[in-house]
Design a protein around this ligand. Structure first.
Ligand code: UDP
Ligand code: LCN
Length: 817
């Protein structure tokens, strides 16, 4: 049980307050610490610490007092502790993002604050003592190079970097506008489209001159009819040193001029943000998503190919739409371009991954550009490569794709966005080389998916190559100008926070990896394509043509190579799930919960769309295990008649209708993952008006307000989860309006927070604001870039060489084709 938060001053450090607290229960605590050290060296996780504390106390009242007191609070907030008798070193996280490290002597209970680096050395001793003791082991401290970057201090501000820097800049630039606004003027002077100046030209070389020009122009446009097109007064503008980009009409120009005048006079975060949303700084964007299969058809559900593909295609559509609107309002006649860079895979397996250039559907100016990996002897690598084995190919890929991009765009892009470790690393290489603003998106950080994957990297390296992956992640996070996450969870208790201080004994100690109080972190949640995922109640839009196929998919009696199992009682609602057949997705977990819960089985049928049905057809090691497990569970719980297992479905349009058909049965979507970074299926289901139950570990915990717009389930407690689902259906049976109430609240939640329009606005604002932000503190930034380049060269390159290249010349086509 978590202790409630006792009141104490925020400023109290644990090193200061812990001794007193220990003294108050000295006798019991000595016993507790004796327990901690009695088993010798070891790593204790939060749960174990609490359990052992409880075990060391036999008196019930005493136990309660202690666990609920300050000491209990410290121990409950301790993420892990390293026991090296006679010491116990604690890594305490009292508040999101705020870590403190102390070591306690188990005999005299003396407490001493220690640095992250000292704590990590303690931890390393458990795994590689010589390395821990070596004064010259590789220690990296990226934080040491961020001296003048302002950091946020409030946990509640984490993820609102854009707001924070707008505030910071407005107070900074407002001090002595004449001098401090010069960087802003320089930034405006640098704006151009293919060499053609925008906004201001070189005749305006002081802030004073700029202010005067703005004033004259504003008075002038105020006298014009509102809708006068820019071309009518372009020449007058030029006489004042002003170029295109202020607006398409007199009115729009007036607003922008005024906005900048206000910024120059007395900047505040609102006019600052407003101004940056108007300036023409982004026309061409490159998005990297390298590992395949990346395509628009027949790729979903393949290994490594899930939400990231969906996310990027939708993202590109939304960004293009927003760019077109902005460019029009800026009064420019420019065609934006977005390129999605992925790898070209000659063995395309029926997908279009062997096509070099493919337009993105429902866009006018965006394409997928595929560049092949090269074998050591310079040939195109033919086959698919798992995302874990991709590292030896990336540097060459960065060079080859850079050349292609410069060629197609006829110049540099204005923004580079990376996705996942491979895409982010390549984006970093390219953005440093070209000096372009870079954004980073993780989708999932592998480090937190596998317990102790950092300290135990050696054991896992052969299979996963985490030495490369975490090194690449560190380089990318630190190079990037901004980091986009889908949720607060993803930064805070979930993923990024665990990259603050960590160690890979024998390889590298990160005294500071990345600090979540860095204002580069921003939350911008994705949406779902609303032309595909719309509510089941919109009768006139429903794709009734597809109903016979869906009917077959759900209810036909015979097993085929597309589905097994059948639903004997059609009248029951369906609980539905769809995901790649990965372990973390826990589809087998759901099947097991269902198998074990009689009440749930009586109330509903189960339909899952996941992976392949035949293990011999899969090449992915995890998928193979899961396939076998599915078959075993179906037999073990005799699920035939109540379950339908359908193989991965790659037609999104039909999947949209499928969610709606499930909603027609007054069923539910269940997302049972052991951890989910975001969870696109959750918002797809909610967009369709389907009631949703989703894991409380990760993004869905934030998307859904439990008990209002859907429900949270704890994937670690299957019984509780399946009972919660059963209770819901029981309640709906008694009161059918309850189902509608949750469904409607789910839709409302989506429209308020999870749409692509909201996303695109935020991301483009980031692009232009961070584009300026990075021009401040230039010296320090260059120094950090140098440090990162050296680290890449000396560390990453060598690690990448240790990853075996895949068997580059397979004798024959593999069994699956
Ligand atoms: N998906 C699909 N067919 C499948 C499995 C998944 O179309 O057989 C789609 C699903 O609709 C969603 C995406 O793939 O758009 C999965 O995204 P999510 O964020 O749920 O998980 P990820 O696979 O990225 O971990
Ligand atoms: C990858 C994942 O694993 C999901 O959690 C996300 O929803 C998806 O990418 C899109 O970001």
């Amino acid at each position: 049980r978590m202790a409630s938060k006792p009141s104490f001053k925020r400023t109290d450090s644990i090193a200061e307050s812990m001794p007193d607290a220990l003294r108050q229960s000295r006798y019991q605590m000595k016993r507790c610490f004796q327990r901690y050290v009695s088993k010798g060296k070891r790593l204790l996780k939060n749960q174990q610490l609490i359990q052992e504390l409880e075990k060391s106390l036999d008196d019930k009242v005493e136990k309660e007092k202690l666990v609920e007191g300050f000491l209990g609070y410290i121990i409950c907030s301790t993420q892990e502790a390293v026991v090296l008798p006679p010491y116990v070193a604690f890594a305490v996280r009292m508040n999101p993002g705020i870590w403190e490290f102390v070591k306690v002597h188990s005999d005299d209970l003396s407490v001493e604050g220690i640095t992250p680096s000292e704590y990590l050395k303690f931890k390393e001793t458990l795994y590689d003592e010589n390395w821990a003791k070596d004064d010259n082991s590789l220690e990296v401290d990226f934080g040491a190079l961020d001296l003048s970057t302002p950091h946020m201090t409030l946990p509640s501000s984490i993820g609102n970097g854009l707001q924070f820097i707008s505030k910071f800049m407005s107070s900074k630039l407002g001090e002595k506008p004449e001098i401090s606004m010069k960087p802003l003027l320089d930034y405006l002077l640098s704006l151009n489209y293919r060499g053609e100046k925008l906004m201001v030209n070189d005749t305006i070389d002081t802030v004073n001159k700029l202010q005067t020009a703005l004033l004259l122009a504003e008075v002038f446009v105020s006298g014009l009819p509102r809708y006068t097109p820019f071309a009518k007064f372009e020449q007058r503008f030029q006489e004042w040193g002003l170029e295109k980009g202020w607006g398409d009409t007199a009115e729009r120009c007036k607003e922008t001029l005024n906005c900048l005048s206000e910024v120059l006079q007395a900047p505040d975060p609102i006019n600052m943000e407003n101004f940056f949303s108007r300036i023409p700084s982004i026309f061409n964007i490159v998005v990297f998503s390298i590992h395949g299969y990346f395509g628009q058809e027949k790729v979903l559900g393949l290994p490594d190919t899930g939400g990231q593909v969906v996310y990027i295609l939708d993202q590109v559509r939304a960004l293009e739409e927003e760019l077109l609107q902005r460019i029009k309002q800026q009064g420019l006649n420019v065609t934006p371009k977005i390129l999605v860079l992925t790898r070209l895979i000659p063995d395309a397996k029926g997908t279009k991954c062997n096509v070099e250039l493919e337009p993105v559907e429902n866009t006018k100016h965006s394409s997928i550009l595929r560049v092949p990996f090269k074998t050591e002897d310079g040939k195109d690598l033919r086959q698919w490569v798992s995302r874990f084995d991709i590292y030896p190919y990336l540097e060459r890929y960065a060079q080859d794709s850079c050349a292609k991009i410069l060629d197609i765009l006829e110049g540099k892009p204005d923004l580079i966005i990376g996705n996942y470790t491979d895409g982010n690393l390549v984006a970093s290489l390219m953005s440093s080389k070209l000096g372009v603003t870079q954004g980073t998106i993780a989708h999932a950080l592998e480090k937190t998916k596998y317990e102790d994957s950092d300290v135990k990297w050696r054991d896992l390296d052969q299979k996963y190559h985490f030495s490369c992956q975490f090194t690449a992640d560190m380089i990318a996070m630190n190079t990037s100008d901004f980091i986009i996450t889908s949720t607060y969870q993803e930064i805070k208790p979930g993923q990024y926070e665990h990259h603050y201080a960590f160690t890979m004994p024998g390889l590298c100690r990160y005294a500071t990896g990345i600090n979540v109080f860095d204002p580069k972190f921003n939350i911008a949640a994705p949406g779902a394509d609303q032309s595909i995922y719309f509510p089941f109640t919109q009768k006139q839009k429903r794709l009734t043509d597809l109903h016979p196929q869906i009917e077959e998919l759900l209810y036909s009696k015979q097993d085929t190579d597309e589905h097994i199992g059948y639903l004997a009682d059609r009248n029951k609602p369906i609980i539905f799930s769809m995901a790649r057949l990965d372990k973390v997705k826990n589809i087998t977990g759901l099947v097991e919960w269902y198998g074990q819960n009689k009440k749930l089985r009586d109330l509903v049928n189960l339909v899952v769309v996941a992976g392949l049905l035949d293990a011999s057809q899969s090449k992915d090691r995890e998928e193979i295990e899961e396939i076998n497990k599915m078959h075993n569970l179906i037999d073990k719980y005799q699920l035939k008649g109540q379950i339908r297992w359908i193989k991965a479905q790659t037609d999104r349009v039909r999947n949209g209708e499928l969610y709606r058909c499930i909603a027609d049965t007054k069923g539910a979507f269940v997302q049972p993952a052991l951890y989910e970074a975001f969870g696109l299926t959750v918002i797809e289901a909610m967009n369709c008006g389907l009631t949703t139950f989703a894991t409380n570990l990760g993004g869905p915990a934030e998307i859904i307000v439990d008990g209002v717009s859907g429900f949270h389930i704890n994937p670690m407690n299957g019984r509780e989860a399946s009972n919660k689902i059963a209770d819901f259906f029981q309640k709906c049976k008694e009161d059918p309006s309850y189902w509608n109430k949750v469904s409607t609240a789910g839709l409302q939640r989506i429209y308020e927070c999870y749409t692509w329009k909201i996303y695109a606005t935020k991301v483009l604002n980031m692009g232009s604001t961070y584009g300026f932000w990075k021009t401040l503190n230039k010296g320090e930034r260059i120094a950090k870039q140098r440090y990162l380049q050296m680290f890449y060269n000396l560390q990453f390159r060598n690690l990448a060489k240790t990853v075996p290249r895949v068997y580059e010349h397979p004798p024959q086509a593999p069994a699956s084709t």
